[in-house]
Design a binder for this molecule. Structure first.
Ligand code: GDP
Ligand code: MG
Length: 275
């Protein structure tokens, strides 16, 4: 039975009223389409779980919360921070039959990034099933999308064309970003444990800078110092500095206990906290 991990992310759809945000979510999640226009009441969150294989022994479920909003510009001015707060990704939607909706995307994306930070952004040009009305073509969309480093997709909520592909690609891009962040953090956790373990093994003798330089190949002083300080802050070490660049570190009782846990357990504990 592969190990299961869950990661929950918030994805915010933006774009003018009537471009098809609600319809795209509906198509993606329920594979349905409604001809009627039902204005979305302020904010609506739809949840979808997507399963991805991870390592040979684990799978990750990406829980995507798709946030949907009414598109009136008036609302945008009063948009509460909470709409974009902690968003992992912004999905900006325009309507290929109305060129105004493309230019408004810049404003929408900027409004989102003001709050969420420079999060990854994707652009969807919807309603490609209306070929005689298309006024937004590839170069025009590309020009706006490129400003934000945003991949773009031509889609139709009505026929379903490209909708699954677009959302699936969005999900994969998000997961890739999270996994590379985790890789980095796992590396840090492992090193932190190695250092703590080395100190714990020294017992009452404690471990000095020289001890690390002989036993841990390739670690620089600044890196070592930042690990030592962090471990001390967490209460796992007691450090005496003899001068600015010399110290002896001893494991506290909490540190000894921690060292016994082993790096994998510590990483698991950490991952549970993150995801
Ligand atoms: N022809 C066509 N109409 C669409 C498409 N997507 C949405 N619509 C219609 O456009 C209108 C607005 O869609 P809606 O999803 O409510 O837009 P929102 O305000 O951005 O959420 C509705 O009447 C939909 O039926 C599409 O891909 N093709
Ligand atoms: Mg809507």
């Amino acid at each position: 039975m592969p190990k299961q991990r869950r990661v929950r992310v918030k994805v915010c759809l933006v774009g003018e009223s009537g471009v098809g945000k609600t319809s795209l979510i509906r198509r993606f999640i329920h594979d349905q389409f409604d001809e009627r226009y039902i204005p979305t009441p302020s904010t609506l969150v739809s949840k979808v779980d997507l399963l991805f294989p991870h390592n040979h022994d684990s799978e990750i479920t990406l829980e995507m919360d798709l946030w949907d909003i009414t598109g009136q510009s008036a609302f945008r001015k009063f948009l509460s921070d909470s709409y974009f707060h902690h968003a992992r990704s912004i999905v900006a939607v325009c309507d290929v039959s109305r060129s105004k909706t493309l230019h408004q995307l810049e404003e929408w994306i900027n409004a989102g990034r003001d709050i969420a930070g420079k999060v990854q952004t994707h652009t969807l040009a919807n309603k490609v099933d209306l070929p005689s009305n298309v006024v937004i073509n590839d170069p025009k969309l590309k020009q706006i999308a490129n400003q934000f480093g945003a991949p773009y997709y031509f889609v139709s909520a009505r026929t379903g064309e490209n909708v699954d592909f677009a959302f699936q690609t969005i999900a994969e891009t998000i997961l890739k970003e999270i996994l590379s962040e985790l890789d980095e953090k796992e590396g840090v956790m492992r090193k932190e444990w190695e250092i703590l373990d080395a100190i714990a093994k020294r017992g009452k003798l404690g471990a000095s800078k020289e001890y690390f330089f002989t036993h841990m190949r390739g670690i620089g002083f600044d890196t070592l110092k930042s690990y030592i300080e962090r471990l001390e802050e967490k209460g796992f070490l007691r450090v005496s500095w003899t001068d600015a660049s010399n110290f002896i570190a001893f494991a506290t009782d909490a540190g000894l206990e921690r060292a016994q846990m082993g790096p994998e357990l510590i990483e698991d504990e950490y991952l549970d906290m993150v995801v």
